[in-house]
Design a protein around this ligand. Structure first.
Ligand SMILES: [Zn+2]
Length: 446
């Protein structure tokens, strides 16, 4: 869930809460951890999407086509796509529809068990490669603060029919009314052509190989920002060269350089702590329509409000904990939000502040609950019960440097996969004798 107000609180609190321990956090971890940072290769049989995106008369209407090839590792009797913009979290006024779904020129039967799920009746044998094509139409929500919005600019995230495969089956968790989550989707390749009026600029997942033509390799979603941006580009080593692009929406009064500096710092620090940054690009879209602190992360791209600089460490951390190592965020939000929050305590030097944060009784020792449990309680309870409580639970395992080392083993060992809590526990078990009991005590389930 990219959606988050968390960093503002910590970002402001940590100015008063600097600790010497926090300063040494990343550097000692780098010196003492013997787990290799080198990632495995992405799965060779990953899906491949060819996507066309055309803007309509306004920034609220888009249409296009989608072709996807998919070869499941186990046989399945159907193919499931998420139509995520139809989630109630997008206020009910966004709408994604699809035309006929075809394979090899033949039309396939489809059904819509609910607004966000498209089921295609096509059995697929183990490792059989099936190619499906369809057209799609998208109308964006105009409500402020949400991930999809048409106005002077637009953010398109999980905006097209997205395969719901988790590696062994279909993840069809119901969307939530209040809290936004990422749909579970497999690591894939994307070839995307975007057609827009010339006055508008695109910032997107992956690499623009020629004007309007984007490629992204080994990512689980493709997201873009459309608008008028001033752009700063820089190159970092994480440790391979990464071309970092920061785009600030025109008309914003915020200076762009702090966003560039904090993005650079976070990427370099996380690559040292958790494993190599796997992609050749990273992009941050800094946008001025957010009405409060807000941020979202998608593969190789982050979105933050222009008054939300403090969210940069958290959103950047999602490149390791959600983008690289995926999870079912509806069911196990602590695997992405909790671990991203643990990561941000490094650049923020906020570990002491988080450890001193009280957890309300109704979410105490419940860090393993699904997001649906928190949907009725609201974001602040989710923030405390999952984001902060995970940090507190990990800190009970041992020193921060060893926790980081175990997390590196988790990210490298589960890169490009959709992980479950047991995968995280397996990594912790190699470092801490009583990891399971300590995490269960705070509500984790394995
Ligand atoms: Zn987050």
């Amino acid at each position: 869930m990219g959606r988050l107000v968390v960093g503002c609180v910590f970002g402001l609190a940590l100015v008063a809460g600097l600790t010497p321990g926090g300063t040494a956090h990343a550097t000692r971890a780098a010196a003492s951890c013997s787990v290799s940072r080198k990632l495995p290769r992405p799965p060779a049989d990953r899906p491949s999407y060819t996507l066309r995106v055309r803007m309509g008369g306004t920034l609220a209407e888009f249409s296009g086509s989608l072709a996807v090839s998919f070869a499941p590792s186990v046989a399945t009797d159907r193919i499931v796509f998420r139509l995520w913009p139809n989630s109630p979290a997008f206020a009910g006024d966004a709408r994604l529809t699809v035309g006929d779904v075809t394979a090899g020129g033949r039309r396939l039967a489809t059904s819509r068990p609910n607004a966000t799920t498209l089921v295609v009746s096509r059995a697929v044998r183990e490792r059989e490669n099936v190619k499906l094509s369809m057209t799609w139409k998208l109308r964006l929500s105009r409500r402020p603060g949400l991930a999809l919005r048409g106005g002077r600019s637009a953010r398109l995230v999980s905006f097209f029919p997205l395969l719901a495969w988790d590696g062994s089956g279909w993840a069809t968790d119901a969307p939530l009314r209040r809290l936004g989550v990422w749909p579970t989707s497999p690591t894939a390749d994307f070839d995307v052509r975007v057609t827009l009026p010339p006055r508008l600029r695109v910032l997107a997942t992956g690499d623009e190989i020629r004007p309007g033509h984007w490629r992204a390799r080994a990512v689980r979603d493709f997201a873009l920002a459309i608008g008028a941006f001033d752009v700063v580009r820089t190159i970092i080593r994480a440790p391979a060269p990464v071309r970092v692009t920061v785009g600030l929406e025109r008309g914003s009064f915020a200076p762009i350089q702090p966003f560039v500096a904090d993005t650079r710092r976070a990427l370099v620090a996380y690559a040292r702590r958790f494993g190599d940054y796997p992609w050749p690009t990273y992009t941050l879209a800094v946008m001025s329509d957010f009405t409060s602190f807000d941020g979202f992360a998608y593969p190789t791209i982050g979105f933050v409000g222009d008054s939300s600089l403090v969210l940069v460490p958290h959103e950047t951390a999602h490149q390791w904990f959600q983008s690289l190592v995926g999870n079912n965020q509806s069911r196990d939000p602590w695997l992405s939000e909790g671990l991203a929050t643990w990561a941000q305590t490094g650049p923020e030097k906020s570990l002491a502040t988080m450890l001193a944060t009280p957890i309300p009784a109704d979410v105490r020792d419940r860090l393993g609950e699904p997001v649906s449990f928190f949907d009725r309680l609201g974001f602040e309870k989710l923030r405390l019960g999952v984001y902060v409580q995970t940090v507190q639970a990990l800190a009970t395992l041992g020193d921060a440097q060893t926790v980081d080392c175990a997390l590196r083993q988790f990210t490298v060992g589960n890169a490009y996969r959709t992980a479950i809590p047991r995968d995280l526990l397996d990594a912790f078990d190699d470092f801490f004798a009583d990891a399971e009991a300590r995490l269960r005590a705070r509500g984790a389930r394995f």
